[in-house]
Design a protein around this ligand. Structure first.
Ligand SMILES: [Mg+2]
Length: 244
């Protein structure tokens, strides 16, 4: 039986205080990744863009509750089962895909440089992406150690990616993830199991528009357009986060 701390290899948005899985990342003074008081790394999180992608905008995709839902509990409808080693023992993580995710990734992969940026750990996220990315459209993978610990949240600091900020869009179910750059965010509701969910496919036309080379700064459109795309569920999620 896994403790709640051990299950935190799958991110749910908050930084855990301490658990055995983070032994290799933790000093006696706390997490090794940057904190509010530490100096940011001078290098970019991403390698330079490939020549054939250099003119594309950059779409940052969250993983858990945005593209998939995962659980240590047995899920009979699981699309994948990922064995994850924890303290010498393997445990199965059951993964279900959000409806439309394959078509979504294929389409956005034609339009953008794609980054999957997750607050989960790589020993879970890497093998999951190996199976999820059937069309091989994900150009970069970033995991927990690339997040910024801001007041107990894993924040994805878009200014550290090494791409022009005006070209970056983040799609994430957790508003805390993009708290530094809300004007670059495309919110999406948290997905767990609803087989009738259609949000990934619904936002494709909007992402097609944002990819246009005529648009020089995505934040100008996202700031104005988002209320139209914000469902009641997203608003409720946002309110739940701000009340923590
Ligand atoms: Mg998420």
């Amino acid at each position: 039986m896994l403790s709640q701390e051990e299950q935190s290899i799958i991110a749910r948005g908050r930084v855990e205080v301490y658990h055995p899985l983070q032994h290799d990342q933790v000093t006696e003074f706390g997490p090794a990744f940057p904190t509010d008081a530490s100096i940011k790394a001078p290098t970019s999180l991403l390698a330079p863009a490939r020549d054939d992608l250099i003119d594309r905008k950059c779409l940052v995709l969250d993983l858990d509750e945005t593209l998939v839902h995962s659980s240590f509990k047995y899920l009979p409808q699981a699309d994948f089962v990922i064995p994850v080693e924890i303290e010498g023992q393997y445990h199965n993580v059951y993964v279900i895909k959000r409806p439309g995710v394959d078509d979504f990734l294929k389409r956005v992969g034609d339009l953008y440089e794609i980054v999957v940026f997750t607050a989960s750990v790589s020993k879970y996220g890497d093998p999951l992406l190996d199976q999820l990315d059937v069309h091989q459209v994900v150009h970069h993978r970033l995991f927990r150690e690339s997040c910024y610990n801001h007041q107990g949240n894993y924040v994805k600091d878009l200014s550290q990616l090494g791409r022009p900020l005006e070209n970056i869009i983040i799609l994430d179910n957790s508003p805390a993830s993009y708290i530094f750059h809300p004007e670059h965010a495309l919110p999406i509701s948290s997905w767990f199991s609803d087989t009738h969910d259609n949000e990934l496919l619904d936002i494709i036309p909007f992402l097609e528009d944002l990819a246009s080379e005529d648009l020089k700064d995505v934040s100008l459109v996202l700031d104005v357009a988002i209320p139209k795309y914000t469902t009641m569920k997203v608003a409720q999620d946002a309110m739940a986060y701000t009340s923590i």
